[in-house]
Ligand binder design. Sequence first.
Ligand SMILES: *Cc1c(COP(=O)(O)O)cnc(C)c1O
Length: 398
Amino acid sequence: MDTLTPKLETTLQEIRETGLWKGEREILGRQGSHVETAAGRSLNFCANNYLGLAGDPRPAEAAKAALDRWGFGMSSVRFICGTQDQHRALEREIAEFLGTEDSILFSSCFDANGGIFEALFGPGDAIVSDELNHASLIDGIRLCKAARHRYRNANLEDLRAKLTAAREAGADQVVIVTDGVFSMDGSYAPLPGICDLAEEFRALVMVDDSHATGFVGEGGRGTPELFGVRERVDILTGTLGKALGGASGGYVAAGQAIVDMLRQKARPYLFSNTLAPAVVAGSREALRIAAGAHAEREHLVRIAALFRERMGAAGFELLPGTHPIHAVMFPGEDGARTAGAVAARMLDLGVYVTAFSFPVVPRGKARIRVQLSAAHSEDDVLACVEAFTRARDGVSAT
Ligand SMILES: *Cc1c(COP(=O)(O)O)cnc(C)c1O
């Protein structure tokens, strides 16, 4: 007897009625600064395509060539017969780029974060984690038997309190875990302060730099480079699914013993296929381009400052910061409705942005998140500000 389906139907109806339904807009071509949808052609400000490489012909060409040379698939996990020399080459290139001894690929960063904790930490250890960390870190930590402590977002005082508690409970290895960038706010983790506390409490530091690798920091090496603490961060995780070509794949970059142990013990690595050959080749090309993308990074910094300045002048409230993620706030009780209405009007005006409200962000802190890309021109940014202004004025007039 099926009692599940009626229950699901009730819950699905509730999701619809409370306005929490996540629909999917179908894009009719390649990802880029502009996309084609059923609504027509629009400027796109909601991809994690920070360097514009997702729709760039160069990674695509590398992937096409790889199909001929390396074939379509592997039909095996890594340790049986699923490792090509290009997989190892990409791992070495990631490690070299980030300045670690080695790295290990996963089929996603979600899998990297899901597999790392159980493989490295056990009862007797303690994991001290930022409350706004990505869902995959939260899930990975849940799968592990170490003690768990959660500190308030980017709050060093609370982090100190949780580290003290972990040490007083007699923890063996303590590890501090944080996103490098908090993606709903576009804010950075306070890495220098975190590294100081790690030293004081003899803890390791692990940073998930998915929203930074490739474009944050002078050489694109992410938040540890931005804050000058690369040598003080022990474990980096990240994705190939955002700035680095945007296809799929994740990695852990760390010291040799950590990487070796993950190859032996991380379950998503052991029991799941790795990246498809074409994705490896395209990602290697994307990483090579990102390493030299100084002009693109400078352009991104410039247009981010331009967007902030013009939005401020137009009377919008933005969360402070310098990252290309911008949270345009619509505070208060009516904020969720207003943000949704403004985003919908903007699409009519040819500008694609996404509104977020509770439970994705705290109640009363609804926002439209704007993500800039090096593929955007200054005119694209000004068109976005113009659409924000017209949409807001239209919505407030109704
Ligand atoms: C996007 C993201 C992930 C997931 O990356 P995938 O490779 O798509 O699984 C993990 N952590 C953070 C912080 C992210 O932003």
